[in-house]
Write a protein that binds this ligand. Structure first.
Ligand SMILES: [Fe+2]
Length: 279
Protein backbone atom coordinates (compact mmCIF):
# COMPACT_ATOMS: atom_id res chain seq x y z
CA UNK A 1 0.00 0.00 0.00
CA UNK A 2 1.21 3.55 -0.67
CA UNK A 3 2.06 5.73 2.29
CA UNK A 4 0.38 9.03 3.21
CA UNK A 5 3.09 11.37 4.52
CA UNK A 6 1.76 14.52 6.16
CA UNK A 7 3.53 17.72 5.11
CA UNK A 8 5.04 20.01 7.71
CA UNK A 9 2.42 22.64 6.82
CA UNK A 10 -1.14 23.78 7.75
CA UNK A 11 -2.48 21.30 5.19
CA UNK A 12 -1.35 18.68 2.71
CA UNK A 13 0.11 15.17 2.42
CA UNK A 14 2.41 13.50 -0.04
CA UNK A 15 1.55 10.06 -1.38
CA UNK A 16 4.66 7.89 -1.54
CA UNK A 17 5.11 4.54 -3.23
CA UNK A 18 1.99 4.76 -5.42
CA UNK A 19 1.94 3.06 -8.81
CA UNK A 20 -0.58 5.39 -10.49
CA UNK A 21 -2.08 2.59 -12.56
CA UNK A 22 -3.03 0.84 -9.30
CA UNK A 23 -4.86 3.85 -7.89
CA UNK A 24 -8.25 2.42 -8.87
CA UNK A 25 -8.01 -0.72 -6.77
CA UNK A 26 -10.69 -0.37 -4.08
CA UNK A 27 -8.26 -0.20 -1.14
CA UNK A 28 -5.92 2.33 -2.73
CA UNK A 29 -8.76 4.55 -4.00
CA UNK A 30 -10.30 4.58 -0.51
CA UNK A 31 -6.93 5.50 1.02
CA UNK A 32 -6.42 8.35 -1.44
CA UNK A 33 -9.94 9.73 -1.02
CA UNK A 34 -9.65 9.61 2.79
CA UNK A 35 -6.23 11.31 2.65
CA UNK A 36 -7.88 14.11 0.66
CA UNK A 37 -10.58 14.66 3.30
CA UNK A 38 -8.08 14.49 6.18
CA UNK A 39 -5.27 16.60 4.68
CA UNK A 40 -7.30 18.65 2.09
CA UNK A 41 -4.40 18.48 -0.38
CA UNK A 42 -2.58 15.44 -1.75
CA UNK A 43 0.52 15.44 -3.93
CA UNK A 44 1.29 12.41 -6.10
CA UNK A 45 4.66 12.68 -7.88
CA UNK A 46 5.25 10.91 -11.21
CA UNK A 47 5.60 11.40 -14.96
CA UNK A 48 3.30 13.36 -17.33
CA UNK A 49 0.23 11.37 -18.47
CA UNK A 50 -2.19 11.41 -21.41
CA UNK A 51 -5.63 13.07 -20.88
CA UNK A 52 -7.15 9.57 -20.72
CA UNK A 53 -4.73 8.53 -17.95
CA UNK A 54 -5.40 11.78 -16.08
CA UNK A 55 -9.14 11.13 -16.21
CA UNK A 56 -8.66 7.52 -15.09
CA UNK A 57 -6.53 8.52 -12.08
CA UNK A 58 -9.16 11.09 -11.08
CA UNK A 59 -11.69 8.27 -10.66
CA UNK A 60 -9.94 7.34 -7.40
CA UNK A 61 -11.33 10.57 -5.93
CA UNK A 62 -14.85 10.44 -7.37
CA UNK A 63 -16.73 11.14 -10.55
CA UNK A 64 -15.13 13.58 -13.04
CA UNK A 65 -17.38 16.31 -14.46
CA UNK A 66 -17.34 17.61 -18.04
CA UNK A 67 -15.62 21.01 -18.49
CA UNK A 68 -18.13 23.89 -18.90
CA UNK A 69 -16.13 25.93 -21.43
CA UNK A 70 -16.08 23.70 -24.52
CA UNK A 71 -12.97 25.30 -26.03
CA UNK A 72 -10.91 24.25 -23.01
CA UNK A 73 -11.62 20.53 -23.28
CA UNK A 74 -8.44 18.46 -23.84
CA UNK A 75 -8.55 16.33 -27.01
CA UNK A 76 -11.66 14.22 -26.96
CA UNK A 77 -11.76 13.77 -23.19
CA UNK A 78 -14.55 16.14 -22.02
CA UNK A 79 -13.65 15.66 -18.32
CA UNK A 80 -10.09 16.92 -18.80
CA UNK A 81 -9.44 20.62 -19.37
CA UNK A 82 -6.25 21.80 -20.97
CA UNK A 83 -5.13 24.77 -18.86
CA UNK A 84 -2.50 26.88 -20.61
CA UNK A 85 -1.18 29.50 -18.20
CA UNK A 86 1.92 30.48 -20.16
CA UNK A 87 2.62 34.22 -19.71
CA UNK A 88 2.69 35.52 -23.29
CA UNK A 89 4.61 38.67 -24.20
CA UNK A 90 2.32 39.15 -27.24
CA UNK A 91 -0.68 39.84 -24.96
CA UNK A 92 -2.50 36.54 -25.61
CA UNK A 93 -2.21 35.22 -22.03
CA UNK A 94 -5.40 33.39 -20.97
CA UNK A 95 -7.48 35.70 -18.72
CA UNK A 96 -8.01 32.86 -16.24
CA UNK A 97 -4.33 33.19 -15.34
CA UNK A 98 -4.93 36.62 -13.81
CA UNK A 99 -8.14 35.53 -12.09
CA UNK A 100 -6.28 32.62 -10.49
CA UNK A 101 -3.89 35.05 -8.80
CA UNK A 102 -6.42 35.80 -6.08
CA UNK A 103 -7.65 33.28 -3.53
CA UNK A 104 -10.62 31.22 -4.69
CA UNK A 105 -12.27 27.84 -4.46
CA UNK A 106 -13.10 26.27 -7.80
CA UNK A 107 -16.62 26.17 -8.98
CA UNK A 108 -18.53 27.76 -6.09
CA UNK A 109 -20.90 29.43 -8.62
CA UNK A 110 -22.49 26.03 -9.21
CA UNK A 111 -25.32 24.78 -7.02
CA UNK A 112 -23.37 21.56 -6.62
CA UNK A 113 -19.72 22.74 -6.65
CA UNK A 114 -16.84 20.42 -7.42
CA UNK A 115 -15.78 18.34 -4.46
CA UNK A 116 -12.15 18.41 -5.51
CA UNK A 117 -9.86 19.52 -8.30
CA UNK A 118 -7.06 17.47 -9.79
CA UNK A 119 -4.25 19.37 -11.49
CA UNK A 120 -1.51 17.57 -13.40
CA UNK A 121 1.56 19.40 -14.71
CA UNK A 122 2.52 18.62 -18.31
CA UNK A 123 4.96 21.52 -18.87
CA UNK A 124 6.20 23.92 -16.20
CA UNK A 125 8.46 27.00 -16.38
CA UNK A 126 12.03 26.82 -15.08
CA UNK A 127 11.15 28.70 -11.91
CA UNK A 128 8.24 30.24 -10.03
CA UNK A 129 4.51 29.57 -10.55
CA UNK A 130 3.84 27.92 -7.20
CA UNK A 131 0.23 27.17 -6.30
CA UNK A 132 -0.74 28.18 -2.77
CA UNK A 133 -3.42 26.54 -0.66
CA UNK A 134 -5.40 27.83 2.31
CA UNK A 135 -6.89 25.59 5.02
CA UNK A 136 -10.44 26.91 5.57
CA UNK A 137 -10.95 24.76 8.69
CA UNK A 138 -8.09 26.55 10.39
CA UNK A 139 -9.37 29.92 9.12
CA UNK A 140 -12.76 29.21 10.72
CA UNK A 141 -11.12 28.03 13.95
CA UNK A 142 -9.06 31.25 14.11
CA UNK A 143 -12.09 33.57 13.96
CA UNK A 144 -13.14 35.33 17.16
CA UNK A 145 -15.96 33.52 18.96
CA UNK A 146 -18.29 36.51 18.40
CA UNK A 147 -17.68 36.41 14.63
CA UNK A 148 -18.30 32.67 14.52
CA UNK A 149 -21.64 33.21 16.28
CA UNK A 150 -22.50 36.11 13.95
CA UNK A 151 -22.00 34.06 10.77
CA UNK A 152 -23.50 30.79 11.98
CA UNK A 153 -26.42 29.80 9.72
CA UNK A 154 -25.85 32.69 7.30
CA UNK A 155 -26.00 32.14 3.56
CA UNK A 156 -24.21 33.86 0.71
CA UNK A 157 -24.73 34.46 -3.02
CA UNK A 158 -22.07 33.19 -5.43
CA UNK A 159 -22.10 34.11 -9.13
CA UNK A 160 -20.00 33.63 -12.22
CA UNK A 161 -18.82 37.22 -11.72
CA UNK A 162 -19.02 39.79 -8.90
CA UNK A 163 -17.76 43.38 -8.62
CA UNK A 164 -15.89 42.19 -5.50
CA UNK A 165 -13.50 40.14 -7.68
CA UNK A 166 -10.25 41.84 -8.63
CA UNK A 167 -10.60 40.95 -12.33
CA UNK A 168 -13.28 39.75 -14.77
CA UNK A 169 -13.74 36.08 -15.77
CA UNK A 170 -13.71 34.70 -19.33
CA UNK A 171 -16.91 35.43 -21.32
CA UNK A 172 -19.59 32.73 -21.49
CA UNK A 173 -21.64 31.63 -24.49
CA UNK A 174 -25.46 31.98 -24.15
CA UNK A 175 -25.68 28.24 -23.40
CA UNK A 176 -22.94 28.48 -20.76
CA UNK A 177 -24.67 31.53 -19.22
CA UNK A 178 -27.95 29.63 -19.00
CA UNK A 179 -26.09 26.83 -17.22
CA UNK A 180 -24.67 29.15 -14.54
CA UNK A 181 -27.28 31.28 -12.69
CA UNK A 182 -26.34 32.81 -9.29
CA UNK A 183 -26.52 30.33 -6.40
CA UNK A 184 -26.79 30.44 -2.62
CA UNK A 185 -24.43 28.55 -0.26
CA UNK A 186 -23.89 28.46 3.50
CA UNK A 187 -21.07 30.72 4.72
CA UNK A 188 -19.96 28.05 7.17
CA UNK A 189 -19.71 24.65 5.61
CA UNK A 190 -19.49 21.26 7.32
CA UNK A 191 -17.16 18.77 5.69
CA UNK A 192 -19.25 15.73 4.70
CA UNK A 193 -16.47 13.23 5.53
CA UNK A 194 -14.75 14.62 8.63
CA UNK A 195 -17.60 16.72 10.06
CA UNK A 196 -15.23 19.67 10.55
CA UNK A 197 -16.55 23.21 10.02
CA UNK A 198 -14.90 25.54 7.56
CA UNK A 199 -15.45 28.98 6.10
CA UNK A 200 -16.80 28.72 2.55
CA UNK A 201 -15.38 31.82 0.90
CA UNK A 202 -14.47 32.74 -2.63
CA UNK A 203 -13.26 36.30 -3.29
CA UNK A 204 -13.64 35.67 -7.05
CA UNK A 205 -17.31 34.60 -6.94
CA UNK A 206 -18.87 35.49 -3.59
CA UNK A 207 -21.04 38.57 -4.10
CA UNK A 208 -22.95 39.15 -0.86
CA UNK A 209 -24.34 37.71 2.34
CA UNK A 210 -28.09 37.10 2.25
CA UNK A 211 -30.14 39.45 4.44
CA UNK A 212 -27.44 42.08 5.04
CA UNK A 213 -27.24 45.55 3.44
CA UNK A 214 -24.45 45.71 0.85
CA UNK A 215 -22.11 47.82 3.01
CA UNK A 216 -22.45 45.49 6.00
CA UNK A 217 -22.07 42.42 3.82
CA UNK A 218 -18.93 43.85 2.19
CA UNK A 219 -17.42 44.72 5.58
CA UNK A 220 -18.06 41.25 6.98
CA UNK A 221 -16.73 39.51 3.87
CA UNK A 222 -13.64 41.72 4.02
CA UNK A 223 -13.09 40.77 7.66
CA UNK A 224 -13.45 37.04 6.93
CA UNK A 225 -11.22 37.25 3.85
CA UNK A 226 -8.57 39.06 5.85
CA UNK A 227 -8.25 36.09 8.20
CA UNK A 228 -7.97 33.74 5.22
CA UNK A 229 -5.14 35.85 3.77
CA UNK A 230 -2.91 35.22 6.81
CA UNK A 231 0.12 33.08 5.90
CA UNK A 232 -0.31 30.84 8.95
CA UNK A 233 -3.16 29.06 7.07
CA UNK A 234 -1.17 28.58 3.83
CA UNK A 235 1.07 26.09 2.08
CA UNK A 236 2.70 26.62 -1.34
CA UNK A 237 3.26 23.75 -3.75
CA UNK A 238 6.34 24.13 -5.95
CA UNK A 239 5.61 22.18 -9.12
CA UNK A 240 7.72 19.45 -10.67
CA UNK A 241 6.85 18.21 -14.13
CA UNK A 242 4.39 15.31 -13.90
CA UNK A 243 3.06 16.11 -10.41
CA UNK A 244 -0.55 15.29 -9.69
CA UNK A 245 -2.03 17.60 -7.05
CA UNK A 246 -5.58 17.13 -5.77
CA UNK A 247 -7.24 19.60 -3.43
CA UNK A 248 -10.49 19.54 -1.51
CA UNK A 249 -12.66 22.49 -2.63
CA UNK A 250 -14.99 21.89 0.30
CA UNK A 251 -12.45 23.28 2.77
CA UNK A 252 -9.65 25.05 0.89
CA UNK A 253 -8.95 28.04 -1.30
CA UNK A 254 -6.01 28.33 -3.67
CA UNK A 255 -4.14 30.85 -5.78
CA UNK A 256 -1.24 30.82 -8.21
CA UNK A 257 1.73 33.17 -8.18
CA UNK A 258 2.39 34.53 -11.66
CA UNK A 259 6.08 35.10 -11.05
CA UNK A 260 7.38 32.67 -13.69
CA UNK A 261 9.33 33.66 -16.83
CA UNK A 262 7.37 34.85 -19.86
CA UNK A 263 7.02 32.59 -22.90
CA UNK A 264 8.01 29.44 -20.95
CA UNK A 265 5.16 26.93 -21.37
CA UNK A 266 3.02 26.24 -18.30
CA UNK A 267 0.51 23.58 -19.28
CA UNK A 268 -1.71 21.55 -16.97
CA UNK A 269 -4.51 19.03 -17.18
CA UNK A 270 -7.40 19.76 -14.86
CA UNK A 271 -10.26 17.54 -13.72
CA UNK A 272 -13.15 18.68 -11.50
CA UNK A 273 -14.73 15.96 -9.37
CA UNK A 274 -18.48 16.00 -8.81
CA UNK A 275 -19.48 17.17 -5.36
CA UNK A 276 -22.51 17.44 -3.13
CA UNK A 277 -24.69 20.39 -2.13
CA UNK A 278 -22.82 22.40 0.55
CA UNK A 279 -24.36 22.16 4.05
FE1 LIG B 1 -8.61 27.48 -9.43
Amino acid sequence: MPEVVRLDAPLGARIEGLERSQALSTDVAALLDRALADHLLVVIPGAPMTPEQTRDLSLAFGEPRPQLLRRKRANDVPEVSLMVSTLMTDGTTDKTVYRAEDWHTDDSYFEIPAKATLLHSIEIPGRGGATWFCNMHSVYDALPEATRRHIEGRRAIHGYDTPRARSRPAPRSPQETAETPDVEHPLVRTHPVTGRKGLYLNPNRLDRIVGLPRAESDALLDELTEEARKPKHHHGHVWRKGDVVVWDNRATMHRVVNDYPENEPRIMHRVLLKGERPV
